[in-house]
Design a protein around this ligand. Sequence first.
Ligand SMILES: NC(=O)c1ccc[n+]([C@@H]2O[C@H](COP(=O)([O-])OP(=O)(O)OC[C@H]3O[C@@H](n4cnc5c(N)ncnc54)[C@H](OP(=O)(O)O)[C@@H]3O)[C@@H](O)[C@H]2O)c1
Length: 275
Amino acid sequence: MTWGVWGKNFSPSEMSESIIQNVDLGVTTFDHADIYGDYSTEAAFGEAFQKSKLNREKVQLISKCGIQLQNEHRGTYVKHYNYSKDYIISQAEQSLQNLKTAYLDVFLLHRPSPLMQLDEIKEAIIQLKNQGKIKSFGVSNFTPEQISYLRQDLTVEVNQIQCSLTHYQPFEDDSLFYHKRHGILTMAWSPLGGFHKVEEQSELRQEIYEQSEKYECSASQLVLAWLMHHPLEIHPVLGTSQPSRIKEAVESLNIDLSLQDWFQLYEASRGKEVD
Ligand SMILES: NC(=O)c1ccc[n+]([C@@H]2O[C@H](COP(=O)([O-])OP(=O)(O)OC[C@H]3O[C@@H](n4cnc5c(N)ncnc54)[C@H](OP(=O)(O)O)[C@@H]3O)[C@@H](O)[C@H]2O)c1
């Protein structure tokens, strides 16, 4: 999302270099959506991946469908969601073509729609799976009840949700327990939670800085360590475009926060102690 025209607008060589640097660091899964870069970033990545000469089997590709942006060329005059069977299949096939791959490792429904229908989704996903075009199916931004609706007829393997030190609702509602109980992998988007945009003088920023000193790490490493401290092994979806920050993020796996420090950060973010 951040490498294409919505973000750093990498040239094909820069994107290719970035892919190689990530893979060298062991970060081999790349998160896409059909809409990123106004429908342009998947194709940019596909070209860059080809340029990298990496083996497809070395990486995992995620994509998402369902959001239709307002777009003159596509004839959409209002942003909306579309989960009809034909649309899901055509977008998955478009992603394959753009990414220059025969299959997606993970295919997600981007956001729940009030109009989504299980039978349409089921037929599309089963067809895509049977044809080997997607290896696993999941959702993004779905509540437990919305996942339950799909689970009547489909296996849901992933839910990609907003989750971080500043967006801690999933730690307080049923989402993570539900994922655990049903074997659903939790991916966290915006894992840094924009902590660097929080006011310098705030209690949260002060606490992050104090603990960064204590754990001898950077602020972003601490924020990631907080998220990954959760026993569910939450997978952060990193948005950085800088290899040095990817390297830092990987190293944050070695930070072992104490129980009380975890709660101290939580309290600083909530603005009050737990009850
Ligand atoms: N499923 C969904 O609905 C959904 C929604 C949104 C996003 N996503 C996915 O999640 C990914 C990550 O989202 P995100 O980009 O919000 O995640 P993030 O990793 O929390 O934030 C990354 C952004 O923060 C900046 N940054 C990182 N460390 C910083 C620091 N120490 N100081 C200042 N700026 C810093 C990065 O800039 P630099 O590039 O300069 O490091 C980048 O712009 C996206 O790329 C997308 O794939 C999914």
